[in-house]
Every structure is written in C-alpha cells, then in structure tokens.
Design a protein around this ligand. Structure first.
Ligand SMILES: Nc1ncnc2c1ncn2[C@@H]1O[C@H](COP(=O)(O)OP(=O)(O)OP(=O)(O)O)[C@@H](O)[C@H]1O
Ligand SMILES: [Mg+2]
Length: 242
C-alpha cells in the first residue's frame, strides 16, 4: 500500500533520509518514532509528494509518488487524509465550515450533502455541538478533533497523523488515541502515525519503527519493540514521554 525503497533525501545540503525502506500493508497502523529532527515529518511529506526523493522510490498503491505529475499527485492526495503537526484550522471559518472545506474545494456535491457529510464526521469525533463555533475559542484537544474530522471528510483510505497528541494533557491524548483506533475500525483505513508519545505508539500501532540517522534502526510489533535489547531502542524508551 505504502512503500519506501532506499529513499535518500537531503534538505539544504544536509542529509535527512539515508536509505529509508519500509512497507505499510493494507489496513495496518504503522508507527514511526524517533528523536526530534530525525526526519519523521519529512517522511510523511514524501507520501503526499510534498518532498520527492533524491534517490530511491516512494509508492502509494503502486504509483510512484516521486515521479507523479500534477494530475497524478492530485489523485494520490485525494485518497490521503493528513493530520498536520500544526493542526492548521482556518481561523475565520466556523468548525463546520472548516470540516466542509475539502468537500467544497474538491467535489461538486450539493451544499446539503456537503453539510451532511461534514456533520457526520464531526459526530465521529464528538464535536457536533461545536459546529458553529470559531476555532480560536476551542481547547487544543478540541481543535485536534476538528482537524481530525476535516482530514477524514474525503473518506480517505490512508491516514497520516503527525504528532496527533503532542501538547495535549494525558486524558485528551488518550481520547485522541481512541479516535485513531475508531477511525481504523469504522473506515478500515491504512495509517502512518508519527509520535513521541510511547502510550500512543503502544496503543495504536500494529508495528513500531524507530527512525534514527535517516533510516529505520529497529522495527517490530509492540511487544517485540518494547522487549528489544537494541541499545538505541532501550535508550529511546528510557527517554520517551508517556
Ligand atoms: N522544508 C525544509 N527545508 C529545509 N530543511 C528542512 C525542511 N523540513 C525539514 N527540514 C530539516 O530536516 C530535518 C528533519 O525534519 P523533520 O521535520 O522531519 O523532523 P521530525 O523528526 O519531524 O522532528 P520533530 O519531532 O521535532 O517534529 C530537520 O533537521 C529539519 O530542520
Ligand atoms: Mg515533525
């Protein structure tokens, strides 16, 4: 479904990805952990073609993302929901308008149907009541939930989550983890989750990868990953935030 093969990428002359390879299967939730600045967000941006590999290939559903033209990229991006690290809600639109935006911009659906679908996704994240509010009056956790609803509104087959619970208190973080699992179960999506939080990784991940020095240095199902004797994994688990 998603495949990185020996991907190399330098940014501003500094190597970021250095022979990164991994594969995410249909319906799988693949977690990427790693120290700050190690290239986790850059990895996600390769999946939607914001970055293209210097060497190696990234394929989504068999399509070479790095080699795709504008129309090809558009097709790939329609299948992908992206929860950005920064959230990125539009401040002068209501919650409902924010969630409806992708449908307005990318489809020809009638307004009634757009509203119905947007409300349905708000219900999924328990934010229907807030539909007429403005993003800036919401808490961080509520904004994350609205962003999640917006990234789901096109019914993507692939979800990319970049630090879905960074900056949230433990209770809210747990709720976001539950929503990631509910999204997988209800929509059957394939997901890549980038996170610092061990609780998130171990709750949602089918497999967990540790990215260091531009490639994956350890990979396994949660029990294997936790039990790894690799010093890099042990060091990371020791410094990780719960
Ligand atoms: N657009 C860009 N131009 C130049 N350098 C960049 C760009 N984006 C990222 N980098 C650099 O690439 C490296 C990896 O960045 P990335 O954002 O992927 O880190 P990360 O693993 O997501 O870190 P964090 O956990 O802090 O979010 C960093 O050194 C960063 O400064
Ligand atoms: Mg990042």
């Amino acid at each position: 479904m998603i495949r990185f093969e020996e991907v190399w990428k330098a940014l501003e002359g500094r190597p970021v990805l250095a022979g990164l390879s991994f594969e995410v299967g249909e319906g799988e939730t693949f977690v990427i952990m790693g120290p700050s600045g190690t290239g986790k967000s850059v990895t996600l941006k390769h999946i939607v073609g914001v970055h293209r590999p210097d060497r190696g290939t990234v394929t989504v559903d068999g399509v070479d993302v790095g080699g795709a033209d504008r129309e090809g990229l558009r097709k790939i991006r329609r299948r992908i929901g992206y929860l950005f690290q920064e959230g990125a809600l539009i401040n002068w639109l209501t919650v409902l308008e924010n969630v409806a935006l992708p449908l307005r911009e990318l489809t020809d659906l009638p307004p009634d149907e757009i509203r119905r679908r947007a409300l349905e996704k708000l219900a999924l994240v328990h934010m229907e009541e807030a539909r007429d509010r403005m993003p800036q009056v919401l808490s961080g956790g509520m904004r994350k939930r609205v962003s999640l609803a917006r990234s789901l509104v096109m019914e993507p087959r692939i979800m990319l989550y970049d630090e879905p619970n960074a900056g949230l208190d433990p209770g809210t973080a747990t709720e976001i983890n539950r929503l990631i699992l509910a999204t997988r179960d209800r929509l059957g999506v394939t997901s890549v989750v980038v996170t610092h939080r061990l609780a998130c990784a171990f709750t949602v991940g089918d497999r967990i990868a540790l990215l260091e020095g531009g490639k994956i240095v350890a990979l396994g199902a949660p029990p294997e990953f936790r039990g790894s004797t690799d010093p890099r994994v042990q060091r990371f688990l020791g410094t990780g935030q719960d």
